[in-house]
Design a binder for this molecule. Structure first.
Ligand code: PBG
Length: 325
């Protein structure tokens, strides 16, 4: 044969050679595990639409955290499921709020575990929106001080990172300023910089009881069709002082992740959201896909797209698989 062509397959001939030329690696340190803390006693409720995920009350929290820590996971992100809701999400910004109490409890036993506090109002408002409502519209500037109070009480409770997720304009600037004034200038802000109005959040709203009671979130979360708008959102957050940038959801937005990674010298975080989790769980339960293979492929693709960290409900499973080699 007199043809010239490249022999790409030379670098694929064995496990060891493939491992030597592998460009992207997934590590347990990359993972952030989301936890739903429930303001009730003696409950560990399975979330129906998210097999393997539970809402846990404070009396079950220590066992859950021990498991996470023993698996080598270094970080969790906390979502509160409060007992009481009202128009202005009062329970989000109380020293005795569920996330604040959970944070104190966790840090008392595991001071090294990095606790990320999700800073939003939707689980705490009676209408399920992420801010204060005026004339059926989420009022941006009236919401900011409540987010600041939420962030400061979370920092007081011992949260290591504040993660504002409600997509109000100026939320990073307001929270950065509030934290600084309260003496928490060392606490980083992990901003949900680019958050799309996504159908992939369905199962989460079930887990967090945060479905909007009227309308949708499209006046604050982004249109999935937009790419340049993601650049503008990220740029504002960087200017306002964000330390990490989250892209959410992950899988349908890998292009956006790559663009942010190329443009900003900040850690990029992929949020592998509830719908992305549940689709795989459902298919795997039917025996249609190999869960382990498909999860590792998907998370690896997020890292390849530029994510440094991944928030994922699969974190415990992945840690187990990686620990086994
Ligand atoms: C809102 C919030 C959402 C998620 C976490 N916080 C989205 C929403 O309900 O609009 C979704 C996370 C997931 O789907 O896993 N503050």
């Amino acid at each position: 044969m007199d043809l010239f062509f490249d022999r790409h397959r030379r670098l694929r001939t064995s496990d060891n050679i493939r491992a030597m030329v592998r460009e992207t690696h997934l590590h347990t340190e990359d993972l952030i595990y989301p936890l739903f803390v429930l303001e009730e006693d003696g409950k560990r409720n399975a979330v129906k639409s998210m097999p393997g995920v539970h809402q846990v009350s404070l009396d079950y929290l220590d066992a859950e955290i021990d498991e996470v820590v023993n698996l080598g996971i270094r970080s969790i992100i906390l979502f509160g499921v409060p007992k009481e809701k009202d128009e202005v999400g009062t329970e989000a910004y109380q020293q005795e709020g569920i996330v604040q109490r959970a944070t104190r409890q966790i840090k008392a036993n595991h001071p090294d575990l990095v606790v990320v506090a999700d800073t939003c109002l939707c689980q705490y408002t009676s209408h399920g929106h992420c801010g204060v409502i005026k004339n059926q519209y989420v009022d941006n500037d009236a919401t900011l001080p409540l987010l600041v109070q939420t962030a400061v009480t979370q920092a007081e409770a011992g949260a290591d990172i504040i993660a504002p997720s409600n997509m109000m304009d100026g939320f990073v600037a307001a929270i950065r300023d509030g934290l600084d004034q309260a003496g928490y200038e060392h606490i980083p802000v992990m901003s949900y910089a680019v958050k799309y109005a996504s159908a992939f959040y369905g199962p989460f709203r079930d887990a967090a009881h945060s479905t909007p009671q009227f309308g949708d979130r499209k006046t604050y979360q982004m249109d999935p069709a937009n790419r340049l708008e993601a650049q503008r959102e990220a740029e504002s957050d960087v200017e306002e002082g964000a330390d990490f940038l989250i892209v959410k959801p992950a899988l349908s937005y890998l292009d956006i992740m790559r663009e942010l990674k190329d443009r900003y010298p900040l850690p990029i975080v992929a949020y592998n959201v509830s719908g992305e989790y549940s689709l795989i769980k459902a298919a795997a339960a039917n025996g249609w896909v190999d869960e382990r293979e498909i999860v590792l492929e998907k998370l690896t693709s997020m890292k390849r797209a530029g994510a440094d960290l991944i928030i994922t409900y699969f974190a415990k499973d992945v840690a187990k698989w990686l620990n086994k080699g």
